[in-house]
Design a protein around this ligand. Sequence first.
Ligand SMILES: Cc1ncc(C[n+]2csc(CCOP(=O)(O)OP(=O)(O)O)c2C)c(N)n1
Length: 370
Amino acid sequence: MSMIQEVPTMTTKEKPQRAIPEGLTPFDLKQMYEAMIMTREYDERCFKLQRQGRIGFYAGSFGEEACQIGTAFALEQKDWIFSSYRQPGVAMHRGVPLQTMVNNLFGNAEDIVQGKQMPVHYTHKAHHFLSISSVIGTQVIQAVGCAMAAKVKKDDAVAITYFGDGGTSSNDFHSGMNFAAAMKAPCIFALVNNQYAISIPVQKQTGVEVLADKAKAYGMPGFQVDGNDILAVYKATREAILRARRGEGPTLLELKTYRAGPHSSSDDPSRYRSKEETEYWLKRDPIALFREYLTEMELWTEAWETEIRENAQARLSEAIKIAESLPQPAWETLFDDVYSYVPQALADQKEDILAHESGLELTNEGEFPL
Ligand SMILES: Cc1ncc(C[n+]2csc(CCOP(=O)(O)OP(=O)(O)O)c2C)c(N)n1
């Protein structure tokens, strides 16, 4: 099977739709574009930080901006977000402060979890943005559980979870999809099919041609959406959310896109895919497609583009400067926020380190209760 596929789409292949979708104003459209630019600038800058040795790791979302911003704009603040490590734009749009995100990358003393997570594993309770887990698929069942809780409490909120094509091979995807459909949980499964799980192409990940078809087996609607067309993503997400709020249960949205950059700062995509394939998808850059639409709607100018890019770059520079000037977390914080109470074994270890720091003899030396 050819690695280069046509983009099956709910809308058009070459051009986005020309009408403003229901629920959006021209102002929203400009906000969406600005959010896409911010997401791209964030990615580019963070990769540079990693290459300069200033942060340890980064996973980018280059090419996946429409999937992020299109879904994020369809959500309300009361809704719950369970993302993967590849949706910084969703966190930003939700209102997670840029400084909080950059502090995570540096794992400094102001980082919410004080360096206990890897970079790009954000968390922000106040904005219903749940802590990101590295373990593929875990966010799926967390989102379903949260959606069920919202349903029981009748608070009208939905949960959305983002995961990749590789994530559909995880046990948690199957458990989550089954449970959500059986219980009619108000959950949106945003499957970002960027066609790779690190170096494994989606064709080797599954026996199905179209990942959205998996929804049928669980008894929920599933749609394949052009993930590079932000308005198509927005419309599909909005419909799924309205359906969930009406009590009609979950939806699987396969957002078909392409991971235009490496999986993370640790791999070299030229080892497992062709330049021609990447070039093919770069011609379908979601930002360029949306810019074309905005230009036709007379909502885009070169001067505005420069202004929003410069603004994004200035915000990033400021946040990075602050994050780098902050100290590392104090070692004592290693023991905080792990358990709701401190188990004896950890209390002993903490005491030992304290004693060591003060030049005293160890009291619990040699005890490794784990
Ligand atoms: C359970 C589990 N298995 C393997 C890994 C190693 N791993 C990290 S990212 C990744 C690829 C995930 O691909 P996909 O779900 O398609 O998401 P993408 O990274 O493309 O956004 C793998 C296999 C992991 N983190 N967790």
